[in-house]
Design a protein around this ligand. Structure first.
Ligand code: HQG
Length: 182
């Protein structure tokens, strides 16, 4: 793995999941850039503003944002730390959205619907191909096609993160159908 990828993984862990020490302000999920640089330097002494700038600018999923004066940094989504509040938009969704998962989870998902597991939200992709990629992280991929417009019309909340990942607190089984990914 490239050194920059390793640093990015550590950064995303610190901003999304690390409670000890708690780097982030629950209100907005922001962390102080200098504190983060210091913490990353323990293992990666080459980290400074330039490295962080490169990671934020080039991340292929747009995982991170700076605040306006670049004193703070945050992950745009994916948190597990309880209580982190990141403001998100609630635009009208397209007819269908997609959740990629692994076939081994299907029995459980059919029973209880989609639930966030260790994260704050269920992550939902805008297109089928992205969902297949997400599913492959867990095993043999399968895609749940979510009836997004009906989900929202029925009064359920659906959010869109700054980097284009749709999020819901849960998705009951009546809102999705299962589509083979191969
Ligand atoms: C599954 C990556 C059993 C769910 C990606 C998923 C994504 C259930 C797994 C982001 C279940 C949780 C998130 C139920 C849901 N029973 N299993 N009732 N309900 N599950 O990693 O969506 O690279 O927390 O289907 O691009 O895979 O990290 O979520 O398989 O956007 O930036 O439980 O992670 O982004 O797994 O991935 P995860 P995810 P990053």
């Amino acid at each position: 793995m490239k050194e920059l990828t390793k640093i990015s993984k550590k950064l995303s862990y610190m901003l999304r999941h690390s409670t000890e020490p708690l780097y982030i302000d629950l209100n907005g999920g922001w962390a102080d850039v200098n504190t983060i640089i210091k913490a990353l330097r323990v293992k990666y002494p080459q980290v400074g503003r330039a490295v962080l700038d490169e990671i934020v600018a080039n991340d292929e999923k747009g995982r991170y944002s700076y605040n306006a004066d670049k004193t703070k940094i945050r992950a745009n989504q994916g948190h597990s730390i309880p209580g982190v509040m990141i403001e998100m938009e609630q635009p009208d969704p397209p007819e269908y959205l997609y959740h990629g998962t692994a076939t081994r989870f299907l029995d459980s998902i059919k029973r209880t619907g989609l639930i966030p597991m260790s994260r704050q939200y269920v992550h939902i992709s805008p297109d089928f191909e992205t969902a297949v990629k997400v599913g492959k992280r867990h095993g043999k991929p399968v895609v749940l096609v979510i009836d997004a417009k009906r989900f929202v019309a029925d009064g359920n909340e659906l959010y869109l993160s700054a980097n284009g990942v749709w999020q819901a607190k849960q998705v009951p089984p009546e809102y999705f159908t299962i589509k083979n990914a191969e």
